[in-house]
Design a protein around this ligand. Structure first.
Ligand SMILES: [Fe+2]
Ligand SMILES: [Fe+2]
Length: 322
């Protein structure tokens, strides 16, 4: 079965018979009509709360609940209701609604995880042309430690840039990295004192930790390593391992590369264990912030979930939609 409608296209008051991926199992418990449970489900159009209003057969409802896990794909027959200004899916089996867990092979993964709208091969070609222009021999070697490895390149080109924010689709990391690289190239033109080789290598490396931070199934999720350690520290460790592998690699340059990765979120508040401490690190963190802020706002504007002139978003605040 293929999906026919995305979450951002749902309208209050309508019925739905479609497929959704389980992002979060919230809770199960009693209510006056019997047993209810609550899930968050998603698709490339966003995510939505799903409430199952079961009858008094709590054993049967518990069985449905136990059969659902994070990442399960469900066929949901229900209604779209508005509650507290947000849309919700309501499944009421006494009115003929139902939830069925699909087996792998009964759905198409492309219905759940979106792909970049850009041409991956073209972006890859662009990234490699930047890598070829790096003329510091140590940085060249550090780059080829990763980018001469076909499996690394394949994973890098498929990795999303985030779970729910900017470029949360396959190929998103490549897209985001290239935009950060381009911003850094323009900084180098405006500020010729910046070390171009160092800054561009840092830009290419700054989010490689996301390869171990994210796991893509029917949803984009975090690995345990990603949750416990985070992509900046994972990325700095990957860079450290690469520099140690290259015989004679200058330890100061290795520290600078690790610092570029660790400080790329700019402030401790945004998850950087170190704030930028040299000009290239400031430039990289500002390029990263520029891209994430602009892309997050574009994402809210293109997917407003409201017909009002303003949208409110947890991470970017108020967005003027006109
Ligand atoms: Fe990052
Ligand atoms: Fe980034």
């Amino acid at each position: 079965m293929r999906k026919t409608i995305k979450i951002n296209e749902l309208k209050a008051g309508g019925t739905v018979d479609d497929l959704f991926a389980v992002r979060l199992k919230k809770s199960i418990g009693p209510y006056k009509g019997g047993t209810t449970f609550h899930l968050w489900v998603s698709d490339p159009g966003g995510d939505i709360s799903l409430k199952y209003w079961g009858d008094k057969d709590n054993v049967a409802i518990q069985k449905i609940w136990d059969g659902i896990s994070k990442g399960s794909v469900l066929r949901v027959k229900g209604r779209v209701n508005e509650y507290n200004g947000s849309l919700e899916l309501h499944v009421n089996p006494t009115s003929g609604d139902s939830i069925t867990v699909l087996d792998e092979g009964d759905f198409d993964i492309r219905d759940f995880v979106a792909s970049t709208p850009m041409d991956i091969e073209q972006m890859k070609g662009h990234l490699f042309s930047v890598i070829r222009k790096i003329d510091d021999p140590w940085l060249k070697e550090a780059l080829s430690y990763f980018f001469a490895d076909e499996e690394f390149v394949r994973n890098f080109c498929e990795c999303p840039a985030s779970i729910t924010h900017h470029a949360n689709w396959l190929g998103g990391l490549l897209e985001h990295t290239l935009r950060v690289v381009k911003l850094c190239e323009s900084y180098c033109q405006i500020y010729p004192d910046l070390d171009r080789n160092l800054l561009l290598t840092g830009a290419i490396f700054h989010d490689i930790g996301k390869l171990r931070d994210y796991k893509v199934t029917s949803i984009i999720g975090s690995t345990d390593e990603g949750r416990l350690i985070g992509h900046l520290v994972i990325g700095a460790e990957m860079v450290h391992d690469a520099c140690r592998f290259i015989e004679g690699f200058p330890s100061e340059l290795s520290m600078k590369l690790q610092h570029l990765v660790l400080s790329s979120h700019g402030t401790t508040e945004f998850g950087s264990p170190k704030v930028p401490m040299f000009p290239e690190a400031v430039a990289l963190s500002l390029a990263d912030l520029t891209d994430t802020r602009i892309e997050d706002m574009i994402m809210v504007k293109s997917n407003p979930n409201t017909e009002e002139d303003w949208a409110q978003n947890k991470s970017v605040g108020s967005v003027y939609l006109r």
